[in-house]
Design a binder for this molecule. Structure first.
Ligand code: DC
Length: 240
């Protein structure tokens, strides 16, 4: 697919930002408001990392990881308007959020071959309809031509608090300082890597959401999308 976001009648909303910037909750809420599918691309990089760790593969060894990614079968299913990535028919669920996966995921996400394979899959999801896709490179690399691009950010303190709350919900104990350091480590790797580093996409609307609720933030995005759709004379085509 040469220019996936120009597919008639399929809209792609790209939401990027650093870890714990609220992308997942806001994107899920926005997808619900729009009636689109929600796609969490971080979960895809996490699932590959989880699989490598399950198989005892050295995640620092790109050759071993690349061999694995070509050996496994990646498929998708939509459940409740959310895309789920299955590996060899299995959905790992919350296992991909465990700290040992989180610690290694940036290493795997920095491998160009891994990114290449997952980006192809991410683009292919437009065949299932319009979507809100969140990640680090959605507006820059995956769908650079969509006019609906957002970059979310929040203060380090707010992000650490959010991530700690998420971990607590999964019964994982962590100190606020420890979480903040882990986020900083990951930000550094995600922004510093040579392939598709985290950056603000050209034309993206930047939203600092430290003081916004999920609903308020999703509404800000929705208003932007509507305004932009009106300016373009239509709302329903994701092309640029
Ligand atoms: O959003 P998250 O914390 O679940 O993402 C997990 C990791 O995957 C994170 O370190 C960055 C990486 N990632 C990426 O490189 N590109 C994406 N489109 C999504 C996530």
């Amino acid at each position: 697919m040469s220019n996936p976001s120009t597919t008639d009648n399929v809209v792609v909303v790209a939401v990027d930002g650093p870890a714990a910037s609220g992308k997942s909750t806001v994107s899920r809420a926005l997808a619900r408001m729009l009636g689109y599918n929600y796609v969490d691309t971080g979960a895809m990089y996490r699932a590959i990392t989880w699989k490598a760790l399950e198989e005892g593969i050295d995640v620092e060894d790109p050759i071993a990881v690349i061999a694995m990614i070509h050996r496994i079968k990646i498929t998708f299913e939509i459940v409740d308007h959310q895309a789920r990535m299955l590996i060899d028919g299995f959905y790992p669920g919350d296992a991909v959020r465990k700290p040992h996966v989180t610690e290694k995921v940036s290493t795997i996400a920095a491998m160009p071959e891994v990114r290449h394979v997952l980006v192809q899959h991410q683009r292919s999801l437009t065949k299932l309809g319009s979507l809100v896709m969140e990640g680090r490179d959605i507006g820059t690399v995956v769908f650079p031509n969509t006019p609906y691009k957002f970059y979310l950010e929040a203060s380090p303190e707010v992000r650490a608090r959010r991530r700690k709350r998420d971990l607590e919900a999964m019964k994982i104990d962590a100190s606020q300082e420890g979480v903040k350091e882990s986020l900083q480590r990951r930000d550094k790797k995600d922004t510093g890597r040579s392939t598709s580093p985290l950056q603000i996409a050209l034309g993206a609307t930047v939203i600092e959401n430290s003081n916004l609720s999920v609903e308020e933030n999703a509404k800000v995005l929705l208003d932007h999308i509507r305004q932009q759709g009106q300016r373009r004379g239509s709302f329903g085509v994701g092309g640029a």
